[in-house]
Design a protein around this ligand. Structure first.
Ligand code: ATP
Ligand code: MG
Length: 359
C-alpha cells in the first residue's frame, strides 16, 4: 500500500481556473519526490492541497490508508516550508524551532533536547540565541527546515525553498538537504522549476505542465527516456535538439532524411519505424552530448559560438537555420572550424502529432 496516495485530485479555483486537472500519484514511505514544471503549472496548488491549505475540488488524498481531505491542516501532521523564509523575525532561532513543539504541549526539558538535537543536524547550534535578521540567507533557511523537521512530521513539503539563495549556496544547501533526508528518511515532496535541482535531489520526479502530469520517473528515466517533447526540451542544460526527418526504406535499409543530412539508422527502434513511419516524418531528438564530433560524421558544419564550461565545451552550430547545441570534451575546436557531426545510439524519436516518444 502506498504511504501517500493522490487519487484523481483536481483543483478548480473559484475564478474557474483549472489549476490541477487529474493528479494521480503514489509515494512510498521515505521517498523524496520532486514536483517539477514551469511557472503556473500547478505545483504549489497541489502541495497546498496536500497540506490542507487549499480545498480539493474533486478526488482524494490518502495518507497511511486514511483520507485527509476533511482534516484541518494542523491535524494532518505535515510540515511545509515556503519560498520566502518561513521564520518568524520576532523570535530567536531557539523559539522558532521550539514553537510547534510548545503547541504540542511537550515539557520544557523535552523541547530543549529536541531543539538542540535538530540544531546540531542543521548546523545552527551556535545561533540559537540570535534573531533571524542576524543570520545569512542560507542559515535562515536551515532554521526553517530545522523547525519543520523538529515535530517529526509524517510528510515534509517544501515549496521552492532554495530559490532565494545565491547560486553557490543553493548547490550546497541542496547537498545538505539530500544528506539530511538520507539520515532521517522523512517522506518529502520538493517543488521546483529548476530541473537540475530536481534531478540531483529526488528519488522520483513528477513533471507537470498545464495542471497535468507529463511523466513520473527516476531522474535517469526522465532525462534519458523523456516521454514527451515538452520534457525533452524542459530537462537538460542545454536541452535536447530536435530535427524533423523523413523515414525512408530502401532495400531493407532504413534512412533518416533531413535537408542537411541523411544516414542509415540501424538502432533498436528500426522495426517500429519500419512498421509505422515509412515515408512519414518523425522528430529526431538528440541531447547535446549525444553527438559525435569529428568521428565518421554524417553532417558537415561550422562551429559558430564556443562556450567553454570548464569540464566540457558547448559548441553552437547552425543546421538548416536552426541553432543546435553540442556538448563535447574536444577543447581544441575553435570558432569557424569545420566539424563533422554524427549521432550516438542514445538518440530518441517523437511522433510529430502526439509529441510522445516512439518506443
Ligand atoms: N488563489 C488562487 N485563485 C485563483 N487562481 C489561482 C490561485 N492560486 C493560483 N492560481 C492559478 O492556478 C494556476 C497554478 O498556480 P500554482 O501557484 O499552483 O503554480 P506553480 O506551478 O506553483 O507556479 P510557480 O512556479 O510560478 O510557483 C495558475 O494559473 C495560477 O494563476
Ligand atoms: Mg509555486
Amino acid at each position: 500500500m502506498a504511504y501517500l496516495k493522490l487519487d484523481h485530485v483536481k483543483k478548480i479555483y473559484n475564478n474557474k481556473v483549472e489549476a490541477v486537472k487529474s493528479f494521480d500519484l503514489e509515494i512510498n514511505q521515505g521517498e523524496f519526490v520532486a514536483f517539477l514544471g514551469p511557472s503556473g503549472c500547478g505545483k504549489t496548488t497541489t502541495l497546498r492541497m496536500i497540506a490542507g491549505l487549499e480545498k480539493v475540488t474533486k478526488g482524494d488524498i490518502i495518507l497511511e490508508g486514511k483520507s485527509m481531505i476533511d482534516l484541518e491542516p494542523k491535524d494532518r501532521n505535515i510540515s511545509m516550508i515556503f519560498q520566502s523564509y518561513a521564520v518568524w523575525p520576532h523570535m530567536s532561532v531557539f523559539d522558532n524551532v521550539a514553537y510547534a513543539l510548545k503547541l504540542q504541549k511537550k515539557s520544557k526539558e523535552e523541547i530543549s533536547e529536541i531543539v538542540h538535537h535538530v540544531a546540531k543536524i542543521y548546523d545552527i547550534e551556535q545561533y540559537l540565541d540570535r534573531y533571524p535578521s542576524q543570520l545569512s540567507g542560507g542559515q535562515r533557511q536551515r532554521v526553517a527546515v530545522a523547525r519543520a523537521i523538529a515535530v517529526k512530521p509524517k510528510l515534509f513539503l517544501m515549496d521552492e525553498p532554495l530559490s532565494n539563495l545565491d547560486a553557490k549556496l543553493r548547490v550546497s544547501m541542496r547537498t545538505d538537504l539530500k544528506r539530511i533526508h538520507q539520515d532521517l528518511g522523512t517522506t518529502s515532496i520538493f517543488v521546483t522549476h529548476d530541473q537540475s535541482e530536481a534531478l540531483s535531489l529526488a528519488d522520483r520526479i513528477v513533471v507537470m505542465n498545464h495542471g497535468v502530469i507529463e511523466q513520473i520517473g527516476t531522474p535517469k528515466e526522465i532525462y534519458h527516456e523523456s516521454e514527451t517533447m515538452f520534457i525533452a526540451k524542459f530537462i537538460g542544460s542545454p536541452p535536447a535538439n530536435f530535427f524533423t526527418v523523413k523515414v525512408e526504406l530502401k532495400d531493407d535499409k532504413l534512412y533518416l532524411v533531413h535537408p542537411s543530412f541523411k544516414f542509415e539508422y540501424k538502432g533498436a527502434l528500426k522495426e517500429t519505424l519500419v512498421q509505422k513511419y515509412v515515408d512519414q516524418e518523425v522528430v529526431l531528438s538528440v541531447r547535446p552530448e549525444n553527438f559525435t564530433v569529428n568521428k565518421k560524421g554524417v553532417l558537415k558544419t561550422n562551429a559558430q559560438i564556443i562556450e567553454p564550461q570548464g569540464s566540457h565545451v558547448i559548441i553552437n552550430v547552425d543546421i538548416n537555420g536552426e541553432d543546435v547545441k553540442i556538448v563535447t570534451d574536444q577543447f581544441d575546436i575553435e570558432t569557424g572550424d569545420e566539424i563533422k557531426l554524427g549521432f550516438t545510439d542514445r538518440i530518441a524519436f517523437y511522433d510529430p502529432k502526439t509529441e510522445h516518444r516512439i518506443k
